[in-house]
Design a binder for this molecule. Sequence first.
Ligand code: ADP
Ligand code: MG
Length: 421
Amino acid sequence: MKILVVGSGGREHAIVWTLAQSTRNATLYCAPGNAGIESLATCVPLKADDVDGLKDFVLRERIDLTVVGPEAPLALGIVDEFRRAKLKIFGPTKNAARLEASKVFSKEIMAQANIPTARAKSFAETVDALDYLEQHPLPVVIKADGLAQGKGVIIATSREQARDAVIDSMEKAVFGLAGKQVLIEEYLDGEELTVMAFTDGQTVVPMLPAQDHKRIGDGDTGPNTGGMGAYCPAPLGTPALREHVTRTILQPIVEIMARLGSPFQGVLYAGLMVVKGVPYVLEFNARMGDPETQVVLPLLKTDLIEILQAVVEHRLDQLVVEWHDETAVCVVMTSGGYPGSYQQSMPIYGLADQEVRRAMIFHAGTAMKNGMVVTAGGRVLGITGRGVTLKEAQAQAYETVAGISFQDCYYRKDIAHRALR
Ligand SMILES: Nc1ncnc2c1ncn2[C@@H]1O[C@H](COP(=O)(O)OP(=O)(O)O)[C@@H](O)[C@H]1O
Ligand SMILES: [Mg+2]
């Protein structure tokens, strides 16, 4: 069977790596992929949001199943387009993907389904938003409605900062159309947790809970990034908490989406804030998270191809999904300067030596240039160590990290610190 994975980051490398472990011997393709994915799959030079190009490729090559990594093609309706052409594809339709693509829609649905989430009010008019802010306790969270590449959320600690965030988003359009509407949300003080789930639109199978590290600096300081590392399972996500999340959050959201005529099929990602042991939804994503995927999938015991097929064929209830009794820690290596501006095309040294070690090397932003692997993004590599304990997994990841270098390379030294405190 032929499988196409859409995307080019560490998440997609982890998906391709997991598919390559399958006993089904699938032929793998990735569009556009990267220098690491190349060794496991045929990389196709099509952009992830080139829906028509991807559809033509799949028809021409007779691909049996397409798996969508990033959110942009989902929001563009790649799943609807493929289904119209009778092609099998793993991911939610455009309507279902609104759970991620519109934070205002997502809040409305959560309110209808009584799902615990941070209290919020949506605004389409700047004056109303500014007026509402005057009375709101601080800190206050301002969220652009649409997709803003992880930059659309401001946690304002002063009223002036909050007003600026509203004006930047609604008037100055710094997020384009995505910021025409905003949510003004109460600030929740707790610890974050990611619980992703496979769902075929009816049955929900939660994955192991993970925690990522958004801030650039050690000790969770400095600006937000796309994610500097992750670990799994996060001890915060006890079996009891996971059961609670499934019952009060994941199942109700999947149920209401089906009831509203937009069944959600694919991976549903719940970004949670756990406040005094109680989980609240901060956001939903309509696909797997990055870097979380790089620690969750390596612990999956059940064949991923079987799971994907069960989802696409709406028979997830007939499958038992099992996990290895291990832990995983992923350390992301970035280009110096990220999340601000950074240089690219720097040769990466040590990859071949480190590939023989036990840690997995997932490529996020890499390319081949004159036969060498070079940097091609802010997040360059994700190094995932595995072990019986988180400490072992962490040590394994950092040993491999120490053997890899490129100019101005940066990484956090404390991934998994919250669990190891
Ligand atoms: N209500 C909230 N209270 C406290 N922190 C929040 C709240 N909402 C979001 N955050 C913080 O902002 C980050 C980004 O918000 P999120 O809703 O996940 O949007 P996105 O991932 O689309 O940028 C979260 O990971 C969390 O750290
Ligand atoms: Mg988020």
